[in-house]
Design a protein around this ligand. Sequence first.
Ligand code: ACO
Length: 401
Amino acid sequence: GHDINKLLAQTGDTTYDQGFSSTASCKSAITFIDGDAGVLQYRGYSIEQLAEKSSFLETAYLVIYGELPTAEQLATFEDRITKNMIIDERMRDFFRCFPRRSHPMPVLAAGIMGLSTFNSETTGLDNDSVEEATTRLLAKVPTLAAYGYKNSIGKPTLYPDHSLNYIENFERMSFGNPAEPYQIDDKITRALEVLLILHADHEQNCSTSTVRLVGSSQANLYASVASGVNALSGPLHGGANQEVLEMLQQIKDSGMSVQEFVDKVKNKESGIKLMGFGHRIYKNYDPRANIIKKHADEVLKLKEGRRDLLDIAQELEQTALNDDYFQSRKLYPNVDFYSGLIYEAMGFPVNMFTVLFAIGRLPGWIAQWREQNNDKSTKIGRPRQVYVGQTHRDFVPLEQR
Ligand code: ACO
């Protein structure tokens, strides 16, 4: 009932842009997206080439430092990270304080704040502190994630193993058992690595904008990244991959046909969305979804995953892509449509999916925070509003209300 133009006229040069769909909040040289053409590039390199040829730590280096590393730079970087994967012994105890079966996402967010207390000498904004905090976060977040997972299933934690690489270490700490050696499967490790590469950055999405906004107050890297984890936890952002799997399972359990489900989604009154479809920026296709789709097929062949759910997902995709409702609104599968199926085939429960997304997005959050921290013209983020409440009322004493 409010006339926005009239209200805006009262607030000077403020523009009203709900959801910030047409407001650039910063200048950035990290990630380029052309949503109409389905293009995603980190520092100018296409996501397709990086997914095929790069490793996760190499991509992290590229995203954070701006250039692909030389062989020597990469070796030094990998060594520094894998040596730092261990966490303080008292932080290991920290996990015991959470209830058994705690969701690993809030445990990860709390763990990152815990890290900031155990690494308080690296919470400054100067280059040396930021460099050290970058190493420690990249190194220790997978360890925190694996320990949060072990806590959620009531199993003992494992120390990281220097002889393994970053991804292998995370797999072993998640699935390994202290009593026996852990068997690494190269194809599974590569699929996980590709998924993490695909998630490494995505310019000013909700969690990254959160990291920047928190960082704009000169809050340190740990505090800003922990805020990013919390922003990512919502179902409309990182939580969507969990919802996709639950949706597929519901379709299966209900016995309804895929067409019946799609019809339900199209009836707005049902309030049901086709999870894993639609994107604020990609209005043609999500290039990450195309890459993931190929891996879903591979991994589900290798591991006795949920072939039944993959079949439903593929039928759902085809049905929606041929439907006028989805075509006219330019709704296509996004990165989350197939990622959950792969994670599940690897052995992760649904409540770990968003944690995996967080491990992948970490280099992006760090790079964006550093880019902002290096820009001396940065101002504290402080959006305006259009006030629609009461004005000019006299206080009414309690006994007269
Ligand atoms: N299922 C059914 N209808 C949809 C869907 C969907 N998944 N997504 C959008 N629509 C409809 C909307 O109802 C709206 O219809 P209308 O014009 O008739 O009102 C129209 O398409 C436009 O959608 P908006 O919600 O305005 O698009 P917006 O850019 O705000 O939202 C979002 C994007 C949040 C991703 C949305 O598509 C959605 O909720 N998708 C499902 C959740 C999901 O998969 N999220 C993951 C995103 S990717 C990521 O975070 C990595």
